[in-house]
Design a protein. Structure first.
Length: 262
């Protein structure tokens, strides 16, 4: 009987361990990449004018998402300020080629604060832009958590502040996650390439196709790098085709010369 109790105890512990291994809890803070997955599109948020807007109704072009909170004294302000510089320098048109969606994950923040932030950041952009191209959203906690969870963005309350990571999350016009760009500083070229990648499925300008061919994303360096292997292969193929073309054309010229002498 005693042996049976011991066996039962170990089986119970073992089954408990097996269950805990299968259940992988979400991290309290950080980013879990969900590349290729489509975000939840049914949530509704308030824009900076207090209008209730569904995500489904606005994701119709490449979209850069920034999860922030507007009263953040840490990395949120530098991240959004960085976006004003990127918009100023990038040769894509905000509101036409892409859009930005900034969402406060603090459910206590209201549209009035979003409107104030929008006005401040738009004023820092160094070229004319369509104001509708950058949206500042607020919402209730249920909708916020559903969207951030779908994007793999996790945060945690710490007193009056929040602990969270900094990232640009890029979506396709269909809401598919295509790229994560980490940190608060980004090269405009890297953001442009991420937007071009996200635009797949729609008509892409020739110059954009050339850039996509020449550059590829480096997951280790977290940036786009010139793809020497791909370009080298293309150049090799080009030289082979030129050589074959010359080889095929030369005999024809000699034959035509003999025919003219006869």
């Amino acid at each position: 009987m005693k042996n049976l109790i011991v066996i039962f105890f170990f089986l119970t512990v073992a089954s408990g361990l097996g269950y805990s291994n299968q259940e992988q809890p979400k991290p309290p803070v950080g980013i879990v990449e969900k590349l290729g997955q489509t975000i939840s599109m049914d949530e509704e948020f308030y824009d900076e004018n207090g209008n209730l807007v569904s995500i489904k109704s606005i994701i119709n072009k490449p979209t850069i998402v920034t999860f922030v909170y507007y009263k953040c004294a840490g990395i949120c302000n530098p991240l959004l300020k960085e976006m004003t510089g990127i918009v100023s320098k990038m040769d894509l048109t905000l509101g036409k080629d892409y859009q930005i969606l900034s969402l406060s994950f603090d459910h206590n923040e209201k549209p009035e604060l979003g409107k104030e932030k929008k006005e401040n950041y738009l004023a820092e952009i160094k070229k004319p832009v369509d104001p509708s191209g950058w949206k500042f959203f607020t919402g209730d906690s249920a909708n916020i958590y559903r969207l951030t969870d779908a994007a793999g963005f996790y945060f945690q309350r710490s007193g009056r502040d929040w602990i969270h990571a900094a990232s640009l999350i890029v979506l396709s016009p269909q809401g598919k996650i295509t790229r994560y760009l980490y940190g608060i500083q980004h090269l405009p070229f890297d953001v442009k390439m991420a937007v071009i990648e996200a635009s797949e499925g729609k008509a892409t300008p020739t110059i954009a196709k050339v850039l996509k061919f020449c550059y590829s994303y480096d997951p280790d360096g977290k940036r786009y790098a010139f793809n020497y292997t791909r370009i080298g292969f293309a150049v090799t193929i080009l030289f082979v085709l030129i050589f074959i073309g010359i080889f095929l054309i030369k005999p024809k010229k000699k034959d035509s010369g003999k025919a003219s002498k006869i």
